[in-house]
Design a binder for this molecule. Structure first.
Ligand SMILES: CC(C)(COP(=O)(O)OP(=O)(O)OC[C@H]1O[C@@H](n2cnc3c(N)ncnc32)[C@H](O)[C@@H]1OP(=O)(O)O)[C@@H](O)C(=O)NCCC(=O)NCCS
Length: 212
């Protein structure tokens, strides 16, 4: 469970329906990132991962993957309709391996959902997808990016910190909308942990900090 929209689940507060059309009907922006996949753990011949905005008619096919991040289909459909304004897919040699939804509106921008196909996890693809989204945020002049994950998602808490995010706030009882209690690692899913990636830190951009 991870990458829950910070508007909806805590993050999916109907009151704040933004009434903004979701990414549906948005032309496929060919935001293609092609790079050899040499940094995978397993020695493999270079493979090409591509990341691009999904076209409207591709979104439904991404649902099974996005449901890994937000298991409530109701909440997922709500966030696609009310929060996210772009859906991205990641392919590895033409095979779908990952997907993410983004709210680009406002600053900080936000990773709403993020997931890597189960059999492809642990190969560095999640980190690569997050790094690509962070670079996009930099190109859009964003100062920061946020993402939320449940208190019980120990894996994701490690994952986002490994991607350079810092803990930012706790939203208590955020997951009020789960009709049946959910548990991970024997811990009840209750609160949303919000993580933040500072692209601009004290005037220093992500890139200039990296040059330090
Ligand atoms: C969370 C998720 C996106 C991570 O993607 P991934 O491709 O498996 O992660 P990566 O291989 O890129 O790992 C990046 C780093 O995070 C660490 N990491 C990843 N999963 C981890 C886990 N379960 N426990 C601890 N660390 C983990 C890796 O060790 C790696 O660290 P390193 O850079 O020091 O080697 C993926 O596991 C997933 O889709 N999970 C199900 C859906 C979900 O929960 N999505 C939302 C995330 S909030």
């Amino acid at each position: 469970m991870g990458g829950r929209s910070l508007g909806n689940a805590g993050r999916a507060l109907p009151a704040s329906t933004r009434g903004r059309p979701g990414p549906r009907g948005r032309p496929a922006g060919a935001a293609l990132a092609r790079r050899p996949h040499a940094q995978c753990r397993e020695p493999k011949e270079a493979m090409a991962t591509t990341i691009r905005e999904a076209s409207t008619d591709e979104i439904e096919a991404l649902f099974p993957l996005l449901l890994l991040a937000e298991p409530s289909e109701r909440a997922l459909r709500w966030s696609l309709a009310n929060l996210s304004d772009a859906v991205y897919r990641m392919d590895d040699d033409g095979r779908l391996v990952g997907a993410a939804t983004m709210r680009w509106e406002g600053d900080p921008c936000e990773i709403v959902e993020l997931a890597i196909v189960q059999g492809e996890q642990g190969r560095g693809l999640g980190k690569e997808l997050v790094a690509w989204l962070v670079a996009q945020a930099g190109r859009r002049g964003k100062g920061a990016m946020t993402v939320g994950t449940p208190n019980a998602s120990i894996d994701n808490i490690a994952f986002y910190q490994k991607c350079g995010f810092r803990m930012d706030e706790v939203r208590h009882d955020y997951f009020w909308y789960y009709r049946t209690p959910r548990f991970e690692h024997g811990i009840r899913v209750r609160d949303m942990l919000v993580f933040r990636y500072a692209l601009v830190d004290g005037g220093k951009t992500h890139a200039s900090r990296r040059r330090r």
